[in-house]
Design a protein around this ligand. Structure first.
Ligand SMILES: Nc1ncnc2c1ncn2[C@@H]1O[C@H](COP(=O)(O)OP(=O)(O)O)[C@@H](O)[C@H]1O
Ligand SMILES: [Mg+2]
Length: 241
């Protein structure tokens, strides 16, 4: 089984949804699954949202938060911007890599969720793609089936290749992106990405029902959703499971 880094063509494309699905599917196969969100951004109360979704899906919600999510920024921006413009702590890549090693040592496999897209800056000349390369794990790219997806997916995979990141393939998410955006026919997009670019399509996630209100109900509904998403993904290609 191989750990994986879930990135996407943009922010808000469904990285958390898909990463939680992968974690749930690996857990269902009997693996001990760790998760990581090396950089998170958002208001207090929101900032740990992605890590909580991932931890619930993986069954590793009791792992130490400072290992799962070593950098929490208040400014809704890239780590570089939060540091340079927001006066927040400088991103510490060695710390991220050490936290990853520790989590990897505690579990059979780790699912890492990125921040933004692959060219999101962490330091002045250090992007998310560079972090994936330094972690030494392959990437899965999430793209929404909206017009513009072919362009964004090709650019994302090219950026991965330039940083020597192996891309396992693409997950198409039919439930993310702006509600008013023009949807791309799922099958046409799959054909384009496979035939024109030679990319592996690792799954399609349709729009899923909204989680019920209330914290506990929401946590339960989220887990059900993660399990349902996991069943739609080719986890043997994603993580060799
Ligand atoms: N397949 C889907 N069905 C329904 N809602 C979705 C789906 N995928 C994503 N969403 C919603 O879209 C928003 C962005 O998804 P998220 O996974 O948080 O993106 P990212 O992690 O890339 O920022 C969230 O509100 C999420 O609940
Ligand atoms: Mg997310």
């Amino acid at each position: 089984m191989e750990s994986v880094f879930v990135t996407g063509t943009d922010t808000g494309v469904g990285k958390t949804y898909v990463a939680a699905g992968i974690a749930a599917a690996l857990r269902r196969r009997g693996a001990s699954v760790g998760v990581m969100k090396p950089f998170a951004a958002g208001a207090p109360g929101d900032v740990d949202g992605d890590a909580a979704v991932l931890g619930d899906a993986a069954g590793s919600g009791d792992d130490p938060p400072h290992l799962v999510c070593p950098h929490r920024y208040t400014m809704a921006a890239s780590p570089y911007t939060a540091w340079m413009r927001g006066g927040e702590p400088k991103p510490d890549i060695n710390r991220v890599l050490e936290c990853y090693e520790e989590i990897e040592g505690m579990h059979d496999v780790v699912v890492v969720e990125g921040i933004g897209g692959v060219m999101t800056p962490i330091l002045r000349s250090y992007s998310v793609a560079d972090l994936i390369a330094d972690m030494g794990i392959p990437a899965v790219v999430v793209c929404p089936n909206v017009l513009g997806a072919v362009n964004h997916t090709i650019m994302t995979v090219d950026a991965c290749r330039r940083s020597n990141v192996t891309v396992r393939g693409i997950v198409i998410n039919g439930g993310a992106g702006r509600p008013d955006s023009d949807r791309y026919d799922r099958h046409v997009l799959e054909q384009d990405l496979e035939e024109l670019c030679g990319f592996n399509i690792l799954g399609f996630v349709p729009p899923m029902p909204k989680a019920a209100a209330g914290e506990e109900a929401a946590a339960g509904a989220r887990q059900t959703t993660s399990q349902a998403v996991g069943r739609l993904l080719d986890v043997s290609q994603i993580a060799g499971a």
